[in-house]
Design a protein around this ligand. Structure first.
Ligand code: HEC
Length: 152
C-alpha cells in the first residue's frame, strides 16, 4: 500500500511540469502564509494548464505568465488585490470582471470551471504568487497580436 502510494506520488511529480522547479518556491511561499499545497499545484496543472499552458503556445487561452503580468500591471504591487480579483473572476467569469479583453476577442470569454472553494482560493494565489518562466515565443506573440499596449 505504501509502495503504491509513493509510486503514485512519483508519477504525479514527474507529470507536473510546474513542480519541477517550484517546490523550493513553494516552501518559501508557505512561509509567507500562502494557502496552497502540492496537491493544489497538481490540480492547477491538470485543470488550468490544459488551456493556459505557459510552455507551449496554443490557440486556447493566454499563458499563465501573461495573466500574472497583466494583473500585476493593472492592479499594481498589491498582490492580494489581484488574488481577490482573480477569485471573483473564477467564481463567475464575466466580461466586466475580466481585464484581458484582447484575449477575450481572440479566444472568447473563459468558460466557467467547476472548482471547489479551496481550489478557487489556491489557484488565484498560484497565478499571482509563483514566478512563471517567460517562454521564448512570448514577445513574438505579443507583437503578432498587437498586445504590446496591454503588456505595458
Ligand atoms: C477551456 C479553456 C480554459 C480553461 C480550462 C481555463 N481557462 Fe482561464 N481563460 C481561458 C480563456 C480563453 C481566457 C481569456 C479570455 C478571458 O479573459 O476570459 C482565460 C482567462 C483567464 C484569466 C484572466 C481573466 C481576465 O480576463 O481577467 C484567469 C485569471 C484565468 N483564466 C484563470 C484560470 C484558472 C485558474 C483555470 C483553472 C481552473 C483556468 N483559467 C482554466 C480559457 C480557459
Amino acid at each position: 500500500m505504501l509502495l503504491l502510494y509513493s509510486q503514485e506520488k512519483l508519477k504525479k511529480k514527474s507529470y507536473t511540469k510546474i513542480m519541477k522547479y517550484l517546490i523550493l518556491t513553494l516552501t518559501f511561499l508557505l512561509s509567507l502564509h500562502a494557502h496552497f499545497d502540492e496537491e493544489d499545484l497538481y490540480n492547477f496543472e491538470k485543470k488550468c494548464s490544459i488551456c493556459h499552458d505557459t510552455y507551449v503556445q496554443n490557440d486556447m487561452a493566454p499563458p499563465i505568465v501573461a495573466i500574472n503580468q497583466r494583473y500585476k500591471k493593472f492592479y499594481g504591487k498589491d498582490l492580494d488585490l489581484s488574488v481577490s480579483k482573480i477569485r471573483d473572476f473564477l467564481i463567475q467569469p464575466s466580461y466586466e470582471k475580466a481585464i484581458m479583453h484582447p484575449a477575450i476577442k481572440l479566444y472568447d470569454l473563459m468558460p466557467k470551471q467547476k472548482l471547489s472553494q479551496k481550489e478557487i482560493e489556491a489557484f488565484s494565489e498560484i497565478i499571482m504568487l509563483l514566478d512563471f518562466e517567460v517562454p521564448e515565443w512570448f514577445d513574438k506573440h505579443y507583437e503578432s497580436h498587437n498586445l504590446n499596449d496591454e503588456k505595458k
